[in-house]
Design a protein around this ligand. Sequence first.
Ligand code: ATP
Length: 310
Amino acid sequence: MSFAATAEAVHVRAPGKINVYLGVGDRHEDGYHALATVFQAVSLYEDVIARHADEFTLTVSGVDDTAAVPLDDRNLAMRAAKLLASATDHRGGVALEIRKSVPVAGGMGGGSADAAAALVACDALWGTGLSSARLHELAARLGADVPFALHGGTAVGTGRGDQLNPALARGRFDWVLVTSDRGLSTPAVYQRLDALRAEEGALADDPPLSLDVPIPVLQALRSGDPVLLAAALHNDLQPAALHERPDVADAIEEGIRAGALGGIVSGSGPTVALLCDGPESAQDVQSTLRLSGSDPLHVHGAVPGARIIP
Ligand code: ATP
């Protein structure tokens, strides 16, 4: 069919994400918590290149600590390729090359971006031509954040975060990301949240948490006004992430002192996302934070989801 089915290699780029709002409800029996979240895809990308091969193999570059990323079936990109092969009866394997830019275990969904990119890359390489609905279904089986990495943009996620509805977002939002050398385990942060809530008796005594995205968050996105969005940023996981990594609170405070409009822990952390009043302000914040020894990144959102790079 298309060039991709006969290509020797397919290169797909998929974005990392920030949760501009993350509401966490009760823990379900399957271990997942009910979520109401707003994702925004940002211009920090994972690149996945798929090449024809008899076996399934994987290489990863762009990470300081290579041991942090599994190269076997625990790797989400490998699982994505194998899931697609079994769903489409594809015979043979694929050689996957991942070039990482999204921090590992940083709360920005880097592994999910790799999985989404691997699905799109293998679908094109093998010419399996799945519909976007079918790709979404496979993505949701791989992990709650994978469907969003396929779609990108700005979207409301409910259920486990995998039921997506696009959110209207005008203009561009400029973020400065303060990354961390050490990652945080997502399950550990959720467990800490459960423990903190149990200590407070919140789940025992209070009525069920309302799990809607608050209207001011959606209005701020619609308006394209970073001042409004900064006031509406919220992450229920933040206290738990800060409990695990108290130093992260300093990064938020420093960012605001440096001129950011607001700051939030991204997902389960420890990456901090600082929202700025446009590109110039973001560059100023970035330069100021560099003086204190960190190496922050300036990114913007919203950007598209997993896409083939010609
Ligand atoms: P989450 O999506 O759970 O919030 P995260 O964004 O914090 O995760 P990731 O970088 O996606 O963090 O990876 C979390 C863990 O998953 C890693 O510590 C690693 O052990 C494992 N992992 C599996 N596949 C990948 C991958 N392709 N890239 C990075 N880590 C992966």
